[in-house]
Design a protein around this ligand. Structure first.
Ligand SMILES: *Cc1c(COP(=O)(O)O)cnc(C)c1O
Length: 305
């Protein structure tokens, strides 16, 4: 079992919240585990337990060269005494970036494939080929979203969060949002901020909800306006925002997920999206390992703890 640290919900105080008469807090999932932080802790927890229950000794998963999921999977497997294999998108990717160096340090065996091949990663032929190469393994999909991941993320919200009128989270595959939706209370509104460009995510989330028989008691809002250019893309406005947020609140954000979500949230506040008396919980889903990779790639140093 992966064991969680107690997670704090910290109030965020700012004149604009007073002016709009709203209360805002942040759930610091980035501190749930030292080496498996953020939502990835919840997504991996039951999957690794299942791998062990099935008697597997190795997990295999997929990701990009800077992936939080690869970083967390490597650490979680190491933590539980499982071997790990990471199939990385792009033969041309930077093999010594901080994320992959860390994963390798945790004992993950990295295997680089072309972008074309990567697109076929969910086909039976490809999985069979991997089994031929590596032997038996427990497969965790790219981004880690599957029913056991959703079971894990449905445990993020607890009784202590019933008082909130709004819950805000970032969206990648939607697995975290789906779990949150499952534990949503009546009259709560869950707002997901997509870090990917495009409306396709609405359909994907719909399918995820149907496939996992999730019928949220509360209301869902999916926001696709705050992708800042698309997945893993960024603007100087976003970088400035992350710096400003650090200065105001002492909380580091990442540029792929949490920075976009919190920037989107502030924009909604300014546009009076939240009525007076709203109590809003922002979920810090982690991702801070990526700030080292971001520095490695761009030379821009983002705040980190
Ligand atoms: C992976 C990740 C997400 C996206 O989670 P999904 O369940 O794929 O939607 C959001 N925030 C951070 C920091 C992540 O690492």
């Amino acid at each position: 079992m992966l064991h969680p640290q107690p997670v704090k919900t910290v109030p965020l105080l700012h004149p604009i919240f007073e002016e709009k008469r709203i209360e805002v807090s942040m759930l610091r999932l980035d501190q749930v585990h030292f080496s498996v932080p953020g939502n990835k802790f919840f997504k991996l927890k039951y999957n690794l337990e299942e791998a062990k229950n099935q008697g597997k000794t190795t997990i295999l998963t997929f990701g990009g060269a800077f992936s939080n999921h690869i970083h967390a999977s490597a650490a979680a497997a190491r933590n539980l005494g499982l071997k790990s294999i990471g199939i990385i998108r792009g033969e041309d990717s930077d093999k010594s970036n901080p994320t992959l160096a860390y994963a390798r340090g945790q004992g993950m065996h990295l295997y680089f494939i072309s972008r074309d091949e990567y697109r076929r990663k969910n086909t039976e032929e490809f999985i069979a080929k991997l089994m031929g190469t590596f032997g038996d393994f427990y497969l965790i999909p790219e981004g880690g979203t599957n029913p056991l991941a959703i079971k894990g993320t449905s445990e993020i919200l607890t009784e202590q969060h019933q008082e909130y009128s709004h819950i805000c989270t970032s969206i990648g595959t939607g697995g975290t949002l789906a779990g949150l939706a499952q534990s949503l209370r009546q009259e709560q509104i869950l707002i997901g901020f997509s870090s990917l460009k495009g409306e396709f995510i609405l359909e994907e989330i719909q399918q995820l909800m149907v496939r996992n028989s999730i019928q949220p008691l509360g209301k869902l809002e999916i926001n696709t306006a705050y992708h800042f250019g698309g997945y893993a893309k960024w603007t100087s406005e976003l970088i400035d925002f992350i710096g400003w947020f650090w200065k105001e609140f002492g909380v580091p954000l990442d540029p792929i997920y949490t920075g976009k979500m919190v920037a989107g949230f502030f924009d909604l506040v300014q546009k009076n999206h939240f009525s007076e008396g709203s109590k809003i919980l922002l979920i810090h889903t982690g991702g801070l390992q990526g700030n080292a990779g971001f520095h490695h790639q761009t030379g821009i140093r983002l705040p980190s703890l």
